[in-house]
Design a binder for this molecule. Structure first.
Ligand SMILES: [Zn+2]
Length: 252
């Protein structure tokens, strides 16, 4: 989109993605003086803040001229990411609904159980010898139940507000999406990872997917609907894009 076509009085920030040598680059146009390029953890995504007067071609040239530096930063984040992969042992930080908890693993000869304790601790009870993979599975099952309860409460409220009906929904592990909506069958999938995010972020994704039942594309009408029903949705989107909680790359 050419910046000159934007109504400058009403739009202070505009963002979209371009691809430079196979790499997605987020372009954020706003009222600033100089181009600013940044590479973010955990996965090294690239964002360029640019003055309104600069075109996408200017951005492309700037990115290409700094490609060596970008690749170096990305390689650094990748090695950090490998180091911080979860082991599911006591003392680790884990997030639940946007809050950080300390994991406490208790081994005992009883069926597995997960619970929150004292607002500070995520307690995982497992049989002795339960390996890392199985521990993760148990916690993910708990996350799934938690998330389903949240969605169960959100959906009827938003069906009423938006005047739409969702015929089917579920929770899934997804690599690149927070949520999806199949408009034809009115089915919504929500990413399991959202159990770790603040409840407002989950609500934003649910509303976003439900608004697709009113408008298929991310066009002006879609944005107007989001602004109408969830005025601070941009804040939630930024929060989802900022938090380096998941060791995966998100496109949303
Ligand atoms: Zn969408």
């Amino acid at each position: 989109m050419k910046s000159s076509k934007l109504p400058k009085t009403s739009v202070t920030t505009e963002r979209h993605f371009i691809t430079v040598q196979g790499m997605p680059v987020e372009v954020v146009r706003k009222n600033i003086k100089n181009l600013h390029l940044a590479v973010y953890p955990p996965d090294g995504r690239v964002r360029v803040s640019v003055p309104v007067r600069l075109t996408d071609e200017d951005v492309r040239l700037a990115v290409v001229s700094r490609l060596g530096w970008i690749r170096k930063r990305q390689a650094m984040f990748q090695s950090q990411e490998r180091q911080s992969a979860r082991e599911f042992v006591s003392g680790e930080s884990h997030f639940v609904q946007g809050r950080r908890y300390r994991l406490d693993v208790i081994e005992e000869n009883r069926p597995a159980a997960v619970r929150l304790r004292n607002n500070t601790t995520l307690e995982l009870r497992v049989r002795p010898g339960t390996d890392r993979h199985k521990r993760e599975e148990i916690i993910n099952h708990w996350y799934r139940t938690l998330l389903k309860n949240q969605i169960d409460q959100l959906l009827p409220r938003w069906e009423k507000k938006l005047g739409v009906t969702v015929s089917e929904w579920g929770v899934r592990k997804m690599k690149t999406r927070w949520g999806t909506c199949n408009i034809e069958v009115r089915r919504i999938w929500v990413n399991l990872e959202l159990a770790k995010k603040p409840p407002q972020c989950l609500e934003y994704i649910v509303v976003h997917e439900m608004v697709h039942l009113l408008e298929r594309r991310h066009n002006d009408r879609f944005l107007a609907l989001m602004d109408k029903y969830l005025p601070n949705w941009r804040h939630m989107r930024d929060e989802l894009n900022r938090e380096p909680l998941a060791h995966e790359h998100w496109v949303y």
